[in-house]
Design a protein around this ligand. Structure first.
Ligand SMILES: C[S@@+](CC[C@H](N)C(=O)[O-])C[C@H]1O[C@@H](n2cnc3c(N)ncnc32)[C@H](O)[C@@H]1O
Length: 279
């Protein structure tokens, strides 16, 4: 219900499709994110917190009840921030439209900095990480959540058309300077930039259904919608760059939907990393 409120607010506004897709992604992943926040051995009360690549502000939204003294969401995308200002707003919250490589705040401004699903878009950029380091207080906390596509498991194997679509999506992200195989590279990178007490907590988002079973249709539906939303966000760009045709795009997506609804055993596991470290 808590995250449902966020989603209903997003839908009741006249936002662009991209903002809605992002809001839906945030809504679907929010319960697990809240669970992770609750599991961090850290009290946010009275602390200053920044969220790099905040999107539509799901972290500010979830963190507001933990009484930080200030939460600042930073993002390149003005449209996401406009939604964030509406969805997650309070006196102690603010938003800055800026590139994470050049953040207009003074050194050592924050007790804690988050970057969730952002490093996959900026690759191992020294400028990006040094800028994050600059704004964290000495001894302050950095929390990263990101994907690791090398640790995805599909059983049985994905349909060819879906595998192709996902492969093209991964190549596309790389073309834009990102990396869907980022998480395994981050600990060494953080260490080389002097971060300490690096803790890596991989976790698997796992879906299983037995033959003929449809015991968790909601989980499977969400697994599909999450991916569909992610792909819809980039669809026009994929098509205009001629990386894939419209028919192939939709076939890949439709076949994935059928795959999820197979009358057979099905296991999908996606591993992500929660990484915490100190400056
Ligand atoms: C997948 S979304 C994640 C949004 C949010 N952190 C969440 O967990 O729902 C990635 C966000 O990072 C932002 N982003 C990507 N590169 C960035 C950069 N160099 N500086 C600031 N924001 C960036 C995008 O605009 C987008 O809002």
């Amino acid at each position: 219900m808590y995250c449902g409120q966020f989603f209903n607010t997003a839908l009741s506004q006249d936002y662009s499709l991209n903002v809605r897709y992002m809001a839906y992604q945030s809504y679907l992943t929010a319960p697990h994110f809240l669970y992770q926040l609750n599991g961090l051995d850290y009290s946010f009360a009275g602390k200053t917190v920044a969220d790099i690549g905040t999107g539509v502000g799901i972290l500010p939204y979830l963190l507001k009840d933990k009484n930080p003294s200030k939460i600042i969401g930073i993002d390149l995308d003005r449209n996401f921030l406009n939604a964030a200002r509406y969805l997650a707003n309070a006196e102690n919250m603010g938003y800055i439209n800026a590139d994470g490589c050049n953040i207009p705040v003074k050194d050592c401004a924050f007790d804690a900095v988050f970057a969730r699903y952002v490093f996959q878009h900026v690759n191992l950029s020294g400028i990006f990480l040094s800028e994050i380091k600059r704004i964290i207080k000495e001894g302050g906390l950095l929390v990263i959540v990101d994907i690791e596509d090398d640790m995805n498991i599909f059983y049985p194997d994905l349909p060819k058309s879906s595998k192709k679509l996902f492969g093209i999506y991964s190549e596309y992200q790389k073309l834009k300077g990102g990396d869907r195989f980022i998480s395994k590279k981050l600990p060494a990178f953080l260490s080389s930039w002097g971060f300490k007490d690096i803790e890596i907590k991989p976790y698997a988002l796992m879906f299983f259904k037995g033959r003929g079973e449809s015991s968790k249709p909601e989980a499977l539906k969400n697994a599909f919608l999450l991916l569909q939303n992610e792909l819809e966000l980039v669809k026009e760009d994929l098509l205009s760059r001629k990386l894939i045709g419209s028919v192939e795009f939709h076939k890949g997506l439709n076949d994935y939907f059928k795959f999820l609804n197979l009358e057979d055993n099905l296991l999908i596991s996606k591993t992500e990393f929660l990484i915490t470290c100190k400056k």
